[in-house]
Design a protein around this ligand. Sequence first.
Ligand SMILES: [Fe+2]
Length: 521
Amino acid sequence: MSPVTKETILFVDDEESILDIARTYFQSRGYKVLTAGNGKEAVEVIWNNRIDCCFTDINMPEMDGMELAEYVRKHDNTVPVVVMTGYPSLDNTIQTLKNGVVDFLIKPINLRQMELSVERVLRERRLFIENIMLSKEVEGKARIEKLNRELQEKNDELNVVNRIMTDFAALRESADVLKQLVDLTIAYVHADIGCFYLVNESSHQVVPIAYATAEGESPLLDNSGDDPSDLFPLSGDPKIKELIFEAVKDDQPLLVSTGNGACLPEQVTSFMLTPLKIRSKLLGVLSSFICNGKRRFGERDLYYLSFMANKAASAMESLALYENIYNNLLATLYAFVKAIEARDPYTKQHSNRVTRISVALAKAMDCTAEEQDILNVAGLLHDIGKIGIRDEILLKPGRLSKDEFSIIQQHPVIGADIMDNLGLWHREKMIVRYHHERFDGTGYPDRLKGQDIPLLARILSVADVYDAIASDRAYRKRMDEARILEIMYGGAGTQFDPDIIGIFRKLYESGELAKITAETE
Ligand SMILES: [Fe+2]
């Protein structure tokens, strides 16, 4: 049975007969055999072939075995070289060992001895290579682990960055940004205290305007007073002030910890800060403190801090822009409302009064500040849809015909459409649309019933009707008090939400409604 081709052996000898014997013998053993007559030829063979071991004579013309051994070692130090020599001397032996020769065979060659040598050196080579592979694998594994760790860290970092961005995107008012910012220093850089200082470079002043503390007592806090400067004694610390102005001057984030020669207040072990600029104008600095802890802030914390400050700056910029656009738009729309009211002197200030009464009702019903804000806008704009209704219908004294009334009935939808086109005020828009719905489901435009009508629209409807009947109109005088109350109280459960009428009654009886009306005349 012919054995499977094993490794490649190169035999180098200037005696052709030795090469012939070796070739015949080792080929029959399944090895691939290459031969060369001297060192120079051998180098050429090695250039053109991959070999697994080399058996060489020492004394040869052109290039001897020792030079060849040195060449092989430099070329591929995993290839073992075995020297075959007839005259082994101590000098020869030492020199060949220096050149990395792994074995000696004494001529005349005993083929069996040679085969054992081939097997041994190839086995050792395999082990050697396996070891190299193994250590490379270990090295590779370590590298992969390091990469994984780095990847994980990057991933964590991205998550934090992403959360910071989402946190800021959720804010609706620039006033909230600074508070959010200091809260984030607690959440993401695990500060004991986060503080935002307003910085005035020209007057060299530093004022802490927002701060947050981690759970638990902070040694820096003194809760004895209500004044924020009492609560936050670091505001007056000259060392902190100095560091703040250093960061501002360099326009760079700054990180200092005890132990690296930093000059910090006694209780502070690590402190970092970053300037916050809006349109390249300095607003202040965001800072974080670790107090009496073993932990110190690191470069990554500083990176997060700067990132937060940058995001806060852009959030404040876009909110300012948005608030500006929003306020301008509201002013423009309100100018329309004024124009509508101006067409009918009797409805002068109607939207204003409706807004104030609605907000008073909402407040008495414990509606949130946001809901009251919504009513502020919706109240002012609730009749803006009347802009599309002709004067002869809008201002007509006396009863309206059925057709005329159906035109009037379009104004909530027209108003909601105007707001819809602007893409703003979704909740306000719904109130405008539904302010003529009735609790019993007989109102317009959608005949919504009961709780299906948004709460704020139900509130606005009470305020709207009250103001309409309690003020003079083109076609009639203000109703008398008894009649007004009969309509309002009597409408509980039919026209109005009975709970809101209950609140309305309280406000009416306390004189608050009369006060609002008098103030808005
Ligand atoms: Fe209306």
